[in-house]
Design a protein around this ligand. Structure first.
Ligand code: ATP
Ligand code: MG
Length: 347
């Protein structure tokens, strides 16, 4: 059986806030697993409970109910930390330290010897694109630069399991690509990833499994390919002769979608796709790819945003524990995409 690195079993977390100690339940009965070698995306709207879930997993917050185990130990056990890299949502770094000094300190805490930590700190600072800023204290860094230091810190000790809370936040497009490549490289090296992110395009690129939460409860869980269903359309990708594509598109009542040097046509059936493929044999348009169009994570997110979405969307399962519950859950709360609008005050 696959080794499970993280197991949340019906975990709940309630906070008491304010003068009247009002109770806010951030996470309810949440169950999911992260098997070794998997890359799991934790997604959901603002306030859904993603950061709280990660804190529970790390032992930085204590569950009000249920349990979380990391590497088979109670979350928070110091032994588990050695194999773990964590990047918080807003990395806080002592502002007078220079990045290499900070990484050196992290390496010391991770038990690395001096030679190893100096070599790794120098490598990671370059790898996250901060080679030009090594002499500046991190207090003078921009948000995106701080994120890059936070990521270097999480990877510095070559952890087996990498937990990242909004790793792309504040990064420029180049930074996002760099971080995506870097995390894909970690995946190829067999590392296990758990990533909370709002940037669904990046989650799609990086993760094979999804845990979607809303108002602290699981709304959908499972492999990306199982959750994101086929749209029923066929995508046909060409390059070269885009003129011909426009003629075919108007004939089939569809549009041409240009993506740089390539263009895609979406048709409603495989029969239409076969006709187009036959035509392309005589045309200068070069056929590159034909496949069933699959829903993107973004549309899954929006599909679940519709009021009563779970009742109309043929959920594959309605069970409530981590191993059995794969799919979109019927008993999930109404998934509004954002938190519910407050009702106007009564006058
Ligand atoms: N320390 C705390 N005290 C009181 N309430 C808290 C605390 N931490 C989180 N919460 C509440 O728990 C809920 C979930 O918060 P959390 O930070 O986990 O959401 P999130 O999914 O990470 O949101 P975002 O996408 O904005 O980062 C929110 O309603 C939040 O106000
Ligand atoms: Mg968060």
């Amino acid at each position: 059986m696959d080794e499970v690195l993280l197991r949340a079993d019906k975990v709940g977390k309630a906070f008491k806030t304010g003068f009247f100690m009002k109770r806010i339940t951030a996470v309810h009965d949440l169950s999911f697993e992260v098997p070794a070698g998997a890359s799991v995306g934790l997604v959901g709207p603002n306030g859904a409970g993603k950061t709280t879930t990660l804190k529970l997993a790390l032992g930085l917050a204590f569950p009000s109910s249920g349990s979380v185990t990391l590497f088979g130990r109670r979350a928070g056990d110091p032994e588990a930390f050695r194999q773990l890299g964590y990047m918080p949502e807003n990395p806080y770094i002592y502002q007078y330290l220079r990045p290499l000094e900070f990484l050196d300190m992290c390496g010391t805490l991770a038990g690395l010897d001096r030679v190893t930590r100096q070599a790794r700190a120098a490598y990671w600072i370059e790898r996250v694109g901060l080679g030009h800023a090594v002499n500046r204290p991190v207090g003078k860094f921009s948000k995106g630069m701080m994120q890059r230091v936070g990521l270097a810190q999480a990877l510095m000790h070559d952890p087996r399991f990498i937990i990242l809370d909004e790793p792309m936040s504040g990064l420029d497009p180049g930074g996002r690509i760099l971080v995506r490549e870097l995390l894909l490289e970690e995946r190829r090296r067999g590392k296990t990833l758990l990533i909370a992110s709002h940037i669904l395009h990046d989650v799609e690129a990086l993760c094979d499994r999804i845990v979607m939460i809303h108002q602290g409860r699981v709304a959908a869980i499972g492999n990306m390919s199982a959750l994101c269903r086929d749209t029923g359309r066929v995508e046909i990708v060409f390059d070269r002769d885009f003129e011909a594509l426009h003629i075919w598109a108007s004939e089939f009542g569809t549009e041409v979608l240009r993506r740089g040097e390539r263009a895609a046509l979406f048709v409603g059936s495989w029969e239409h796709a076969r006709i187009l493929i036959a035509r392309s044999a005589d045309a200068t348009a070069r056929l590159l790819r034909v496949e069933a169009e699959q829903e993107h994570l973004e549309s899954l997110f929006l599909r679940l945003s519709r009021p009563n979405a779970s009742a109309t969307d043929e959920p594959p399962s309605t069970a409530t524990n981590a191993t059995a519950q794969e799919g979109i859950l019927q008993n999930a709360p109404e998934f509004s995409g954002t938190n519910p609008e407050p009702s106007p005050p009564k006058t």
